[in-house]
Design a binder for this molecule. Structure first.
Ligand SMILES: Nc1ncnc2c1ncn2[C@@H]1O[C@H](COP(=O)(O)OP(=O)(O)OP(=O)(O)O)[C@@H](O)[C@H]1O
Length: 902
């Protein structure tokens, strides 16, 4: 699990301007079309205009246009000399061009060179810094270039932060603490501070800094406790110094009860022996302190180890390892973060401060890594709080608090190079917190450069380190960074990444200072009406900040309350403005979204239509192909059938011919019953055919009669309405007649087929089937005939009624009393004298023509009772019966039973 150091700021890849700050490695993809990279990646000032080649700005030059209203964060570079063991490993990969410009040349074995050879990145990089301190720089020179001014600022009431950043073993701790006579920045700052405060120290211990930047008045018992704690720490240092023969104290890391803290006597010996003699430190220069003010100095020392906070001054040391108490981070009422229950010790001299620091260092987490046998595995934070006290007040009034914080960050390194699990975990946590620091800086820079755009959220809360330092990045004070590098070629890639990280920090502007805020409040008080109407007020006031260089604590309560009121109103106004703005933005977003949705909908519709057309076309083609295939198939099939039929027909002809020949020959004895059966069928069929012809002839006659009758009944004009129903009935009758005719034809066909069946000498089963079909047809016909008969009866009744109506119309009124006519005359003319009931009860003697269709159904025919019984049988049944050797024994014999015999 190798966590690379390469992208501590990588989370803001969407920020275009941020990208400009880094090397353009991400943007330079592609193969043949990839533009040729410049040979050198220049990392230099260039916020105002986008450079043609990738540039990384490390610091604004003094006196540049940026300096003025807001100052850039200062980033210094310190290159440490190579140790004896490292000699010869430099290969000139780090070259100082001038005191602000550094040139890095990738050594042959580095990863950077490999990527450069593939054309992805450059092998030479140029960085600019506020100031570069080379390997020969003394601690004094670096102090004067970095920390000296900060000490003065703190005494003037400002807050300052100095932190070191770099790869492990690059000289961060050395820069801050130093060794031997080469005291680091912190001891020098302490010495300088107390030298400036000579005669101005507030000796009492009754005022103690608490929380974020508050002060608490201590009572006597608390003062006593504070005294004891302070003395014990100082005494502990004395004891440790006397025991410094090489013994070490192991402290539990708090994680899993295992000790991860290793104290190396050598290291402490070196730092212990830092010379704090003011003269030897050659600290010169005074500071104009506020008149009548005394200063109380307090220090705290804690570390962030594996994302846990440990108080390094919370010590009642013992020889036994014990579990360390973790500290919590809290927010005060204003939301400012502070370390809860952190130990603050009042100090009265640089010597005391140094001893406290040493005592704290013994609790710090060190370990031996492959690069540094005494590597800091935690971020250590040493804070000096200066209380500006007004001693004239009876209990002492704190007018102001200022702070100098020095943070020695743990060294970044490649996790994969850690062979120990605990070291790996430490490295991971170190890298994560440094990564968060990089993201915070990048977000801050983005927000500063894109004021018109919605601000990015700065992820201060993502790590403990960024949370405790948050105030220095948000206007509570000014921060400065010292980047330490080791010119050794073996860690070139890590060094390059560390320098890239520092490049983004230099793009930062300092947050608005407290002075600006005071000026702003004063402006509110001076002209409250003007405020809020114009958004430029703040900017104007910022310009005038020099004139308004005052302290907010000087204002009286009334003025402050008034300012608060104005600010509240301003907050409300701005909130309303924001709401309106939000509403507008939402509206715009919605309308744009609607447009997008509509265009998407249209697009989808078009796509759908196109797809539908495509699918239809495809399926049509498929259908055509299928049709073609089917046609081909059926054509082939029909052809085969035709051939088959032809073959059968030929075979049939041949057979018939043979049969014809055989018929001329005398019948064979064995064929006797079959031949007689065929003959009886033939006879019956002939008879049926004759009957059929008769039926047809009669049907024709009746149809003609019907037509005539209809013509007679056809009355003009108003009588037409009366005959409509009769017409309809007649039409129905005709339809039924047509159906009957069809049925008869079908019957004829059936009979023929029956005949053929007989002739072809087919099997009994086939004959039976044909007969069954004929039976069914005849049953149906019977039904149809019955229906027709009924219809005809109704038609007749209608006709009679019509005739009566016509007669009634034709007769004069006097005929009402006319003598009754003969039934025959009535029948012919449709006489009124004959009542409908009479007609129905006594129908005319003319035989209904449908009854004459089938003689078996006509009672007037000369059929006997046997024939009447036979009439209920179907023709096929009759045929079958006729084949019986004797007459049927009973009329109850059904065709089915007869058929069963065959
Ligand atoms: N400017 C310098 N002059 C001489 N020696 C130096 C200088 N800078 C660093 N060293 C030496 O280099 C070694 C490593 O330095 P130091 O422990 O300060 O590194 P570091 O960056 O703090 O490492 P880590 O992050 O692992 O704690 C020490 O032995 C130190 O004395």
């Amino acid at each position: 699990m190798a966590l690379s150091l390469s992208s501590p700021y990588g989370c803001h890849s969407d920020d275009e301007e941020d990208l400009a700050v880094f090397e353009s490695t991400a943007a330079e993809h592609g193969g043949m079309t990839r533009p040729r990279l410049p040979e050198v990646s220049v990392i230099s000032p260039g916020l105002e205009t986008r450079p043609t080649i990738t540039q990384l700005k490390v610091a604004a030059k003094p006196g540049s246009s940026d300096e003025g209203t807001s100052e850039r964060v200062k980033v210094f570079l310190r290159i440490r000399p190579l140790t004896d063991s490292e000699k010869g490993q430099e290969q000139g990969c780090v070259a100082i061009q001038d005191e602000e410009t550094l040139l890095l040349k990738a050594p042959y074995e580095s990863q950077n060179m490999r990527t450069a050879e593939r054309g992805i990145t450059q092998s030479i990089h140029k960085f600019s810094f506020s100031k570069i301190f080379g390997p020969d720089t003394t601690q004094q020179q670096i102090y004067e270039g970095t920390m000296k001014k900060m000490v003065n600022d703190v005494l003037k009431g400002e807050n300052r932060l100095l932190y070191t950043y770099g790869v492990t073993n690059s000289g961060k701790t050395y820069t801050i603490q130093g060794n031997g006579r080469e005291a680091g920045l912190l001891p020098r700052a302490l010495v300088s501070l107390f030298r400036k405060l000579q005669g101005r120290l507030y000796g009492a211990m009754d005022l103690k800094p608490v929380m974020y930047q508050d002060v608490r008045q201590l009572d006597n018992s608390e003062i006593k406790t504070e005294e004891i704690r302070r003395n014990s720490l100082l005494k502990e240092d004395e004891n440790q110094t006397s025991r410094r023969a090489g013994t070490t104290t192991a402290w539990d890391s708090g994680i899993g009860g295992l000790s991860s803290t290793t104290h190396t006597a050598t290291q402490l010996e070196e730092t212990d022996s830092v010379c704090l003699d003011p003269d030897s430190l050659s600290l010169s220069g005074g500071c104009d302190l506020e008149e009548g003010v005394q200063f109380s100095v307090w220090v705290s020392f804690y570390e962030i180890y594996n994302e846990f906070l440990y108080d390094l001054l919370d010590a009642s040391p013992s020889q036994q390892p014990r579990k360390r108490v973790t500290l919590r981070l809290s927010d005060d009422k204003q939301g400012n973060p502070y370390v809860k229950d952190l130990t603050w010790i009042q100090i009265r001299s640089a010597e005391e401060a140094w001893r406290i620091l040493k005592a704290g260092r013994r609790n710090q987490s060190f370990a031996s890594t492959h690069l540094n046998h005494n590597s800091s595995r935690s971020h250590s934070i040493f804070s000096i709080r200066v209380l500006h006290v007004h001693p004239e007040a009876s209990t002492g009034q704190v007018m102001h608090i200022s702070e100098l914080t020095v943070c020695d960050l743990a060294g970044s390194e490649r996790c994969k190079e850690q062979r120990n699990g605990e070291r790996m975990k430490e490295a991971n946590n170190i890298n994560t917190s440094l990564l968060t620091l990089g993201r915070c800086i990048a977000a801050l820079r983005h927000n500063q450069n894109n004021k018109s755009r919605p601000p990015l959220m700065v992820p201060f809360r993502d790590s403990k380190l960024t949370r405790v330092l948050q105030g220095f990045f948000c206007g509570r004070g000014i921060s400065c960074m010292v980047v330490n590098i080791n010119p050794c070629t073996s860690i070139y890639d890590e060094t390059l990444q560390a320098l890239k990280f520092s490049a983004i920090a230099t793009q930062l502007l300092h947050g608005p200072s407290t002075k600006t805020r005071v000026a702003y409040i004063l402006s509110l008080l001076r002209d409250p009406a003007a405020h809020g109407s114009e958004s430029t007020v703040i900017e104007e006031e910022e310009d005038e900040s020099d004139e308004e260089d005052g302290d907010i604590t000087l204002l009286n309560t009334e003025s402050l309350l008034q300012a608060i009121d104005i600010l509240k109103r301003e907050v409300l106004r701005q909130r309303e403005e924001k709401i309106v703005l939000e509403a507008n933005v939402r509206e715009q977003v919605v309308s744009e979204m609607m447009e997008v949705i509509t265009s998407m909908q249209e697009g989808f519709t078009e796509t759908l239509e196109a797809q539908t057309a495509l699918i239809e076309e495809r399926y049509e083609n498929k259908i055509c192909i299928l049709q073609e295939h089917l046609k081909k198939f059926y054509r082939q099939e029909l052809k085969e059938r035709d051939e088959e039929i032809e073959a059968l027909a030929a075979a049939l002809d041949k057979k018939q011919k043979e049969d014809g020949v055989s018929m001329t020959t005398p019948p064979v004895e064995s064929e006797g019953p079959r031949r007689s059966l065929r003959l009886s069928f033939q006879t019956e069929l002939n008879r049926l055919r004759v009957e059929l012809d008769q039926c047809r002839a009669e049907l024709l006659t009746k149809t003609q009669d019907l037509v005539k009758l209809r013509m007679k009944l056809d009355v003009p004009g108003s009588a037409g309405a009366l005959t409509t129903a009769a017409d309809r009935k007649l039409q129905e009758g005709q339809r039924n007649l047509r159906q009957l005719r069809l049925d008869l034809q079908k019957l004829g066909v059936d009979l023929q087929s029956g005949e053929r069946a007989c002739c072809r000498n087919t099997g009994g089963e086939r004959l039976r089937q044909t007969l069954t079909a004929a039976d069914d047809t005849l049953v149906k016909q019977n039904q149809i005939l019955l229906e027709l008969q009924n219809d005809l009866t109704l038609v007749k009744a209608d006709l009679r009624r019509k005739a009566d109506t016509l007669a009634g119309r034709a007769q004069p009124p006097t005929t009402t009393f006319a003598a009754p006519t003969t039934p025959g005359s009535c029948k012919k003319k449709g006489c009124m004298a004959t009542t409908p009931s009479e007609c129905e009860n006594r129908p005319p003697q003319k035989r209904p023509f449908f009854q004459s269709l089938f003689p078996t159904r006509t009672p007037s025919r000369k059929y006997n009772a046997h024939a009447a019984a036979e009439s209920s049988l179907t023709p096929s049944s009759r045929i079958l019966r006729s084949r019986q050797p004797s007459p049927p024994p009973s009329p109850l014999l059904t065709p089915r039973s007869l058929r069963g015999k065959y």
